[in-house]
Design a protein around this ligand. Structure first.
Ligand SMILES: Nc1ncnc2c1ncn2[C@@H]1O[C@H](COP(=O)(O)OP(=O)(O)OP(=O)(O)O)[C@@H](O)[C@H]1O
Length: 263
């Protein structure tokens, strides 16, 4: 399949994956995108979670509309400079309570459209937020990524520290290796709770599951992001965490993760 080169020129694609739902994959995708944007990069976020699109709300773009140009769909932009664009099925639904109840082939054709028919323009980074697990959506992304002009791509895996989540990420590692997508590394999210007052960290779940998995599976460990009520608040209201809460315990951790993925 040929992609119109004028439509998009994407330097690097990160596929954000997790084994389980609710581990913070969309939150991490959003905050990484904001952090890259803060650094001056041109960033796109593609939400291929067709049944649970949470990305529009996390960017405070719930009323966004995808426009059609002669060459394809135009992303919804977060900023006037058009340096941070977002595509999600959430923009195509009539209401927040609309449900997407599609079988595989229909999902595949929507993802094919998302992967080949978006006018991203010149992007430094495209982050693809996926549903949990390894399902139709993941296979469709992989099929299309290989035949598109997105030649530089890799996966970022998100887990919480507990064994149940770590075990599922192990399956994601197998998936990546089977379909031939390089792994940039593993992020351990919800890694303890840092008290906003005394800054002490309490490990609510088990400790360092993501780090141990990274070591055991020869993957890079990109960093640990603690649970932070300020971060939840930013995610709920679609705010840029790094820009607004510089004294939060999560601040340095997210910055370190971003520096590693840029490397
Ligand atoms: N480090 C964190 N600190 C505080 N809250 C967090 C953190 N990470 C995620 N959350 C919160 O956890 C909830 C679930 O996060 P999110 O929707 O990103 O998970 P997900 O893995 O994308 O879920 P799904 O795959 O089911 O869509 C959200 O309400 C988010 O605000």
């Amino acid at each position: 399949m040929e992609v119109d080169d004028q439509k998009s020129n994407v330097k690097k694609v990160f596929l954000v994956l997790s084994g389980k739902g609710g581990v913070g994959k969309s939150s991490v995708t959003t905050q990484l995108a904001f952090a890259l944007y803060e650094k001056g990069f041109k960033v796109g976020v593609l939400d291929v979670d067709l049944c649970g699109p949470s990305i529009p709300k996390m960017f405070n773009l719930e009323n966004g509309i995808i426009n059609q140009s002669e060459t394809g769909w135009i992303p919804v932009y977060y900023d006037n400079e058009q340096r941070l664009g977002v595509i999600s099925i959430g923009f195509l639904l009539n209401s927040k309570s609309d449900a997407v109840i599609w079988r595989g082939p229909k999902k595949n054709s929507m993802i094919k459209k998302f992967m080949t028919d978006i006018c991203w323009g010149d992007l430094d980074y495209l982050l693809i937020d996926t549903p949990p697990g390894t399902s139709d959506e993941h296979l469709a992304v992989m099929e299309n990524i290989k035949t598109s002009n997105y030649c530089n791509y890799s996966a970022i895996l998100v887990t919480t520290p507990q064994n149940l989540s770590v075990n599922d990420v192990r399956r994601e590692i197998t998936f990546c290796r089977k379909v031939g997508i390089p792994i940039t590394g593993i992020i351990e999210n919800m890694s303890g709770f840092t008290c906003p007052h005394c800054k002490d960290c309490t490990y609510l779940f088990t400790k360092q599951g993501g780090k141990i998995l990274a070591d055991n599976s020869n993957c890079n460990f990109l960093g640990a992001i603690p649970i932070d009520p300020n971060l939840t608040q930013c995610i709920e209201t679609g705010q840029e965490f790094l820009a607004t809460l510089k004294d939060s315990p999560c601040y340095t951790n997210i910055k370190e993760v971003v520096d590693k993925i840029i490397e």
